[in-house]
Design a protein around this ligand. Structure first.
Ligand code: TRP
Length: 455
């Protein structure tokens, strides 16, 4: 049964436009900020291995499933799930998957925007030349000053949300597409340059063993869950972002091919970021896990302060990181915005203002939890940490699990076969992935975390 729905929000102008936009969503702070700091908090190489396994066995099949479901439903995740459930004669409660996604998107944006704000602040710091020959203690101090100043962070947070609303309110083609076209390749190059610099530092070989010689005694149930959550986070899965982007995708594009490109580029950027950052950590005799969420902001300025042309390179790096964060944040706000347009008949501009305002208000909680409210803890976590944990380690895996179960078990063979257009073997592999491997992976990891059987 062919699907002839069209999206009221428009369509990508080409296959490339989709790949760029989806890559723009995937590649972001997750790769350059979160991957190194999660690796550091979870003991290095063992985390990296589990993360790579999760990308290949769980992330990739779900990326295809989510995009495919979006293209078939052609609406925001909530309405797409409603339409697909009707088409397949399944219960209406599948809509809740879309609702969970919208909620997760807001929660993620809550801390995402704060970190994007740090990036903006560092754009200006790097061009001012303050990093020149600064010591480790000085760069740590600089980061601490920023984080302890709620007013300054509020200003950056506000600017970043406004930037995101601006692009989302302009819509699919003029807004989202243009933002990614030229910037992603340059970012890739720059991370490569940084990795090249790190190659020549004395800490390089220590960093390589740290990253790529896994010490499996470091693995416990928390590590495994973090790696799974991060795999979802970095591929923008489990909250409907890829479903929404899929809903703007032309019927002629191959979803499996596009998905593989997205996953490969995304993983490549993360690994390169690790190769760029950890040698500097070791060269300066730091303990990786001491960095916390501020890791790259404490580490990279040291390198920019020492290398030739460091001022220009540092400036360019933070500008590009800001763009990478921007193109990701857009996809966090888009599902809820598209839903408001469909449901309430709002104009795009008005819908984007409402969703942006919601994200802005919630973000203030994250911001204050880094300074004024840093002692207010629930389950031993601050607001920032709690929101990050809940959204990334709980909501995304659960959302992804439901996507896999729907695509693997509840969609008729003809619908998924029709959308994916794989050959017989490819289709079989995908089916085994979404029916068994991905759900079993997520369920096992969640259970072992709950019952703690890995120790
Ligand atoms: N993948 C992005 C990053 O790595 C973040 C992101 C954008 C995201 N959209 C998402 C994460 C949807 C989860 C779900 O920075």
């Amino acid at each position: 049964m062919a699907n002839n729905r069209i999206s009221v929000h428009g369509q990508w102008s080409s296959r490339w436009a989709f790949i760029l936009a989806a890559t723009g969503s995937a590649v972001g702070l997750g790769n350059i900020w979160r991957f190194p700091y999660e690796t550091a908090e979870n003991g290095g190489g063992a985390f990296v291995v589990v993360y790579l396994v999760c990308i290949a066995l769980v992330g990739l099949p779900i990326l295809m499933a989510e995009t495919m479901m979006g293209r078939r439903g052609r609406q925001s995740p909530i309405n797409t799930m409603k339409a697909l459930a009707e088409e397949e004669r399944r219960g209406r409660y599948w809509q809740l998957l879309g609702v969970l996604g919208v909620a997760a998107g807001f929660l993620i944006l809550t801390f995402y925007s704060i970190v994007a704000g740090w990036t903006l602040a560092y754009v200006f710091r790097s061009i001012s030349g303050v990093f020149a020959r600064s010591s480790v203690a000085q760069t740590q101090e600089m980061f601490a000053t920023l984080v302890s100043d709620p007013e300054r962070m509020l200003a950056w947070h506000t600017i970043f949300i406004a930037m995101t609303v601006l692009v989302v309110s302009r819509g699919v083609k003029s807004g989202l597409e243009q933002a990614v076209r030229y910037l992603m390749p340059v970012l890739f190059l720059l991370v490569l340059v940084l990795a090249g610099y790190s190659l020549a530092t004395p800490g390089f070989s220590a960093a390589m063993s740290y990253l790529f010689k896994p010490d499996f005694s470091q693995i416990d149930n928390a590590t495994v869950l973090s790696a799974l959550g991060h795999a979802f986070f970095t591929l923008s899965l489990g909250m409907g972002a890829m479903m929404t982007y899929g809903s703007y995708l032309s019927q002629h594009t191959s979803i499996p091919k596009a998905s593989v490109s997205i996953a490969v580029i995304d993983t490549g950027v993360a690994l390169l970021a690790g190769i760029a950052i950890f040698p500097i950590v070791f060269t300066y005799g730091l303990q990786p896990e001491e960095g916390g969420p501020g890791l790259i902001f404490k580490i990279l300025p040291i390198a920019f302060g020492q290398m030739p042309y460091g001022r220009g390179i540092g400036f360019l790096f933070f500008v590009l990181l800001m763009f990478a964060a921007w193109t990701s944040a857009i996809s966090l706000l888009e599902p809820a915005t598209a839903w408001l347009v469909e449901r309430k008949g709002f104009t795009r501009v008005r819908a984007a203002m409402y969703t942006g305002l919601t994200a802005w208000v919630l973000g203030i909680g994250s911001l204050l939890s880094l300074n004024l409210w840093s002692n207010a803890k629930l389950f031993g976590m601050t607001f920032f940490e709690l929101v990050e944990y809940l959204s990334v380690n709980v909501m995304l895996p659960v959302g992804g699990l439901l996507v896999a179960v729907f695509a693997g078990w509840f969609m008729s063979r003809s619908s998924s076969y029709d959308e994916l257009k794989l050959n017989k073997y490819g289709y079989m592999v995908w089916k085994v992935g979404t029916r068994f491997v991905a759900p079993a992976g997520v369920i096992l990891i969640l259970l072992q975390k709950i019952f703690g059987f890995l120790g």
